[in-house]
Design a protein around this ligand. Structure first.
Ligand code: FFO
Ligand code: ATP
Length: 195
């Protein structure tokens, strides 16, 4: 069995090829709005945690506009320092990105230190996932720790189909790993089998 870091390397390479093979105009149509089955899981007044996708991650920016138009408050991950824990802060320009600036990891995040928010629902980026909604992230443990400290929150993964780990047993699980409530890809919605 590969270690988590070997799997990350393989999956990042697969994801890059998968994304680069898509024409831009097709990619722009994907992740356009959340599927109805995920919307049914979300309360009308829920604060929604999203992320600012890097080049090969499933894009989440159309969801920011979609939820903002429905009246939801949008929050993004924020770090005050590399060794600080991840918090969520208000994304005040969900139709653009004029409120974002690079954080300590070089990722764009809400500039300054706007209000901290605790989202009820998180859409999360990932490097790999299994059909049972187990998640392999970037290796920082940021989402696992945040979810452990905020039990009862709904975490839904966004992924390209090429990020599916098969068989599921190829992903070594650790006790701290938090399973997702669903994973949305351009072709499928995965839900954990025992729910
Ligand atoms: N777009 C996006 N935003 C996100 C995440 C993400 O996966 N994607 N995160 C998800 O948690 C959080 C940030 N997590 C991070 C995890 C790792 C590293 C990082 O510097 N990784 C190093 C190597 C890590 C290692 O040694 O394994 C690197 O990539 O070079 C940075 C941020 C919050 N925001
Ligand atoms: N609840 C927790 N409490 C303390 N440490 C944790 C917790 N969850 C994860 N960690 C630590 O974080 C590190 C990375 O975990 P893991 O490889 O599962 O990250 P990941 O889910 O891939 O990353 P990310 O969520 O940042 O994308 C591990 O060393 C792990 O011990």
């Amino acid at each position: 069995m590969s270690t988590k870091s070997e799997l990350r390397e393989q999956l990042r390479a697969l994801r890059r090829v998968h994304v680069e093979a898509q024409p831009d105009r097709i990619r722009a149509l994907l992740f356009h709005r959340p599927p109805a089955t995920t919307l049914e899981m979300i309360a009308e007044d829920a604060v929604i945690g999203l992320y600012h996708a890097s080049r090969y991650e499933a894009p989440a920016s159309a969801y920011a506009g979609f939820f903002a138009e429905r009246g939801h408050t949008i929050a993004l991950p924020h770090f005050t320092a590399r060794d600080a824990s991840m918090t969520f802060r208000a994304h005040s320009d969900p139709f653009g990105a004029s409120d974002l600036a690079p954080g300590p990891f070089g990722l764009l995040q809400p500039a300054g230190e706007p209000d901290e928010l605790v989202p009820e629902v998180l859409f999360v980026p990932l490097v790999g996932f299994t059909e049972d909604c187990e998640r392999l992230g970037q290796g920082g443990g940021h989402y696992d720790r945040w979810l452990a400290e905020h039990p009862g929150r709904l975490a839904i993964g966004l992924a390209w189909d090429a990020q599916l780990i098969e068989p599921a047993s190829a992903l070594p699980l650790e006790p701290h790993d938090q399973r997702l409530a669903a994973v949305v890809t351009p072709t499928r919605i995965y839900r954990p089998s025992n729910e």
